[in-house]
Design a protein around this ligand. Structure first.
Ligand SMILES: [Zn+2]
Length: 258
């Protein structure tokens, strides 16, 4: 059995610690900071053996060197991203076996936010960094719009029961944008109310499920006529392809103020 521990970092990052309940061996995903992870490892006598990185941004990798010094854990990530202490470049592999967790992790290549961005699929749990967010998606910093669009489409095709573990707590602000794009989407409205309440109670809104994302995340809904007409209305021009709608939606979100 794998226990998942959510470790908040910085303002709104999440570090995910996965623990093999039988052996107390652990793997960590995107440790932006070392100290909060070390504190939990020491308090519970967990042994960190693996570090998995989705992409090179400092808020996802800032703790790698510190953890590596303490634990000599193996470090996985794409060789296309500059990842500190990278011991095991993924080299287009589609899966890796983690002895810490005694299971196989599927690798999904999802460039766009960065060129070497990957997601890790562990059973039905998807660790997708800054590509698919709850109710949103990451900014396109290094890749092309087409790459990001294709990356999100590859995540869209996963099993509906997939749980989405992203790298930030952005759900509320993403839903404010989503409700502007789809003011008549009842699911978005309900989710906005729920997450607003959670925020008041200081409750995390991550993970979510892929089925909920498909119902409420406008970036996964560019094929829906109401999303299309909303984007066309915003920019006062028609679009002929779903990719154009996605590009315009991303542009709209980039300039959206809450
Ligand atoms: Zn990032």
């Amino acid at each position: 059995m794998i226990k998942i521990i959510r470790i908040p970092a910085f303002k709104d990052n999440y570090i995910w610690l996965l623990v093999n309940a039988r052996t107390k061996n652990a793997a960590v995903i995107d440790p932006g900071e070392a100290q909060p992870v070390l504190t939990i490892l020491e308090a519970n006598q967990y042994t960190l053996q693996d570090i998995l990185i989705t992409h090179h941004h400092w808020d996802h990798t800032g703790g790698v060197a510190g953890l590596f010094d303490h634990t000599k854990a193996t470090v996985y990530g794409s060789e296309k991203d500059a990842i500190p202490c990278l011991t095991h470049p993924l080299n287009n592999r589609t899966s890796i076996y983690l002895s810490s967790l005694e299971l196989t992790v599927e690798i999904i290549y999802i460039p766009g936010h960065t060129l070497g961005h990957v997601a890790y699929l562990i059973g039905h749990k998807l660790f997708c960094g800054d590509t698919l967010f709850t109710a949103g998606c990451g900014r396109i910093f290094e890749g092309s719009t087409l790459q990001m669009f294709n990356s999100l489409n590859s995540l869209k095709s996963l099993d509906l029961t997939t749980e989405v573990y992203c790298g930030h707590e952005y759900t509320l602000s993403n839903l404010r944008f989503a409700s502007q794009v789809e003011p008549t989407n009842a699911n978005t409205h309900t989710r906005l109310k729920t997450v607003t309440q959670w925020q008041r109670e200081n409750k995390a809104s991550v993970p979510s499920s892929l089925s909920l994302e498909l119902e409420t995340n406008p970036f996964l809904r560019t094929h829906i006529p109401s999303v299309r007409s909303s984007v066309e209305q915003h920019f006062q021009q028609p679009y002929s392809t779903e990719l154009q709608i996605f590009a315009a939606l991303r542009q709209w979100k980039d300039s959206f103020t809450y």
